[in-house]
Design a protein around this ligand. Structure first.
Ligand SMILES: CC(C)(COP(=O)(O)OP(=O)(O)OC[C@H]1O[C@@H](n2cnc3c(N)ncnc32)[C@H](O)[C@@H]1OP(=O)(O)O)[C@@H](O)C(=O)NCCC(=O)NCCS
Ligand SMILES: CC(=O)OP(=O)(O)O
Length: 329
């Protein structure tokens, strides 16, 4: 669990400024359970995408009370023609009106346009849609924030310690950019560090590799070293080092042996992976074998608060990610 104190702060933010969140998979049991929990408060209103009867039937079957949730069905949505028109404009000749109308029948495109058109404040999807299908509408219609070149992502990993505290780590990019360049890794590192700070981490950023300080050779080693150098030049106040192996990043003894003098080696809490293979496998190992709860992928650099879930998520993660998504908007 995210430390209660941190979580309560996010909820207080929402109490001061209530929001509406779109769930693109309105009939999913985990979405309905999280929605029922949210509806016990009045600071984050679920907007469930789906056929009204089917959503209500699914909620009743699972025993979740979703009274007070809004249910919107793309098939009967009154504002559909205005939405099609806006989407055609946004796609700038890349999709016809018929293609937009067909896409908008699906929860992922429809939900994204509800946010774009200001009907809702934020969106959470991906309980059944793959990451690619959740994120593609946002990349096409929402685009990057001014100043960002790419959308990337990070996970926040939380594990309770034996003394009742919490180990909180950040990992990027485990979900979006398949083979980032060194320049893209700089953006991923700086955005991941920024997100880490929001979750109370004082970031010590390790650029991960199979090599520490030139112990191994290869283009991916060069890429991580170059990314680290460029990131240090772009943000000299941020503690960053690399390239380094994972043991050098987290074990003070190995860190001193392999990377003497580094302030990051041995104490890293923010991990930048060379590509999505390493990142996606890495975060799932921490989650499934390391006892960490994983919150994310939190999208970074996107011009609206839209987030993805892992299809392996549970209702508690949906609830937490909904609050994170809305509070950071
Ligand atoms: C994110 C992803 C779906 C984009 O792939 P895609 O849809 O084939 O991308 P395309 O190259 O066709 O680009 C689609 C649009 O998104 C934009 N885009 C693609 N990647 C982007 C990025 N990282 N940041 C910002 N914009 C991006 C493109 O510019 C393009 O915009 P346009 O249509 O207005 O020109 C793809 O990179 C992917 O599959 N990533 C891995 C997802 C995954 O499987 N994760 C593992 C589980 S979490
Ligand atoms: C983030 C992620 O790995 O998503 P999924 O498990 O849905 O592929």
């Amino acid at each position: 669990m995210i430390p209660m104190e941190m979580f309560n702060k996010l909820i207080e933010t929402l109490k001061a400024n209530p929001k509406r969140i779109v769930f693109t998979e309105g009939t999913d049991a985990r979405i309905l359970e999280a929605s029922a929990r949210l509806l016990t408060g009045s600071w984050l209103k679920p907007v469930l995408v789906g056929n009204v009867d089917e959503v209500k039937k699914a909620a009743a079957e699972h025993g979740f009370n979703i009274d007070g949730a809004e249910i919107v069905d793309p098939e009967t949505y009154e504002g559909m023609e205005a939405m099609v028109e806006k989407m055609v404009e946004l796609r700038k000749g890349k999709m016809t009106a018929d293609e937009c109308r067909a896409a908008l029948k699906k929860g992922n495109y429809f939900g994204t346009m509800l946010v774009k058109m200001g009907v809702a404040d934020c969106l959470l999807g991906g309980a059944t849609y793959s990451t690619a299908d959740t994120v593609r509408p946002a990349l096409q219609l929402i685009k990057t924030k001014p100043g960002n070149k790419i959308v990337s992502s990070c996970f926040i990993l939380v594990r309770e310690t034996s003394t009742g505290g919490a180990d909180v780590l950040a990992m990027g990019d485990c979900a979006i950019n398949i083979k980032p360049s060194d320049d893209e890794l700089v953006e991923i590192a700086l955005e991941t560090a920024k997100c880490a700070k929001i979750f109370g981490i004082d970031p010590k950023v390790a650029f991960l590799s199979y090599s520490t300080k030139g112990s191994g050779k290869g283009e991916d080693v060069d890429k991580m070293r170059s990314a680290c150098e460029k990131a240090k030049a772009a943000a000299p106040d941020l503690a960053m080092d690399g390239e380094m192996q994972f043991d050098a990043a987290v074990s003070p003894t190995v860190g001193q042996l392999k990377f003497p003098g580094s302030k990051v080696a041995g104490y890293a809490n923010t991990f930048i992976f060379p590509d999505i293979n390493a990142g996606n496998i890495g975060y799932k190992i921490a989650q499934r074998l390391g006892g960490f709860d994983a919150y994310g992928p939190i999208l970074l650099g996107l011009n609206a608060p839209i987030n993805d879930l892992s299809r392996g998520c549970n209702a508690d993660e949906v609830y937490s990610m909904a609050i994170i998504t809305a509070a950071l908007s």
